[in-house]
Write a protein that binds this ligand. Structure first.
Ligand code: NCD
Length: 331
């Protein structure tokens, strides 16, 4: 017979408070930047600044205690996966990391994306998904009852990267309107370029697109730029844009998207941002890159205060902290 009363398994202090939804993002999937109007952007940026101050003062908080994130990555990643993991852990939550190659999961046995997400949602409160097929994040979201965040769907979109890119521009240069933004490299397959361009349509910016002929921005996105009435020009040469650019957004040629590797070899080394080139740029401008770089920016440029790409990386953690808190109803 039981003589001692058992401790309750939780105290009222442990209960997860009811969600607050003052941002329109609670419980929602994050699939595309088209979900973000300027109100939502300024909301997320405000929360991200608070997260930055909090991390710099005390390192972390317990806002997402008891919550679990699944990081499901079918493509390689360093920054996106680890910044989501850091964001969740700094807010007191925890992570199921399926980021080390899906060969160790049942995906290698032929499990469908639908069954994988319907399984993982039994254990977790939010899924972050990276997948090689355009549209995969939407497919996963159609099956999962919990929020799905798109961390890159093939050459489609990479909305959380675009949010951190826009936040970086705003924090570094103090504004977005009236800036001249030049995007350089693989504009055809670069999903970060696709998402950032779409976000910038909401601002009064001038856009310059610099790429080899075969890597020009897809026509559907170019048409959206034209419909938005923005000042836009395309060129093959960085020298045409370097003097006037406020933001030089450099990208890697996306080798993994090429069917014909000989074509990749033709364009892979087309651009390199060097100190000589930087000598012609404005004193107050920034160089950005979603990373990884594979030769597009010379290492000597890293010493230049205008090189913002590692500050950009850090902003990714604050933006993802803000997004996770919003989606999970805690901001
Ligand atoms: C980018 C990506 O995966 O689309 N990386 C990232 O998330 N920071 C860019 C790239 O791989 O070139």
């Amino acid at each position: 017979m039981l003589t001692q009363s058992l401790e309750p398994v939780f105290s009222p202090d442990d209960l997860i408070p009811p969600p607050i939804n003052n941002n329109g993002l609670t419980g929602r999937d994050i699939i595309s930047v088209s979900q973000f109007d300027r109100d939502k952007l300024s909301y997320i940026f405000g929360r991200a600044r608070e997260m930055r101050d909090m991390v710099n003062c005390i390192g972390g908080a317990g806002l997402l205690k008891g919550r679990v994130l699944t990081c499901l990555f079918y493509e390689p990643s360093t920054r996106t996966s680890s910044s989501f993991i850091a964001a969740m852990e700094r807010l007191g939550g925890s992570v199921i990391p399926i980021t080390q190659g899906v060969q160790f999961s049942s995906i290698s046995k032929g499990e469908t994306l639908a069954d994988t997400v319907r399984t993982l949602e039994q254990y977790s409160d939010v899924i972050v998904l990276r997948h090689p097929e355009e549209g995969a994040a939407q497919t996963a979201a159609d099956y999962a009852a919990i929020p799905v965040i798109n961390a890159g769907d093939g050459p489609g979109e990479h909305p959380t990267q675009a949010l951190l890119d826009l936040f970086t521009i705003r924090e570094e240069l103090g504004r977005v309107d009236s800036l001249k933004v030049a995007m350089v490299g693989d504009l055809r397959y670069g999903r970060t370029v696709h998402s950032l361009t779409r976000l910038l349509l909401q601002y009064d910016v001038s856009l310059r697109f610099v790429s080899p002929e075969i890597l020009r921005l897809p026509l559907t996105i170019m048409n959206q730029v034209i419909d938005a009435g923005l000042n836009v020009r395309e060129t093959h040469d960085v020298a045409d844009v370097i003097e006037n650019a406020d933001v030089l957004y450099v990208t890697r040629v996306q080798k993994e998207r090429f069917n014909d590797l000989a074509q990749y070899e033709e364009v892979r080394d087309q651009y390199e941002i060097t100190p000589d080139l930087m000598a012609r740029a404005k004193a107050k401008m920034i160089v950005m890159h979603p990373l990884p770089r594979v030769g597009e920016i010379h290492y000597a440029v890293d010493q230049d205060p205008r090189a913002a790409y590692f500050r950009q990386v850090r902003n990714g953690m604050y933006i993802r902290m803000a997004l996770l808190a919003a989606v999970l109803g805690r901001a």
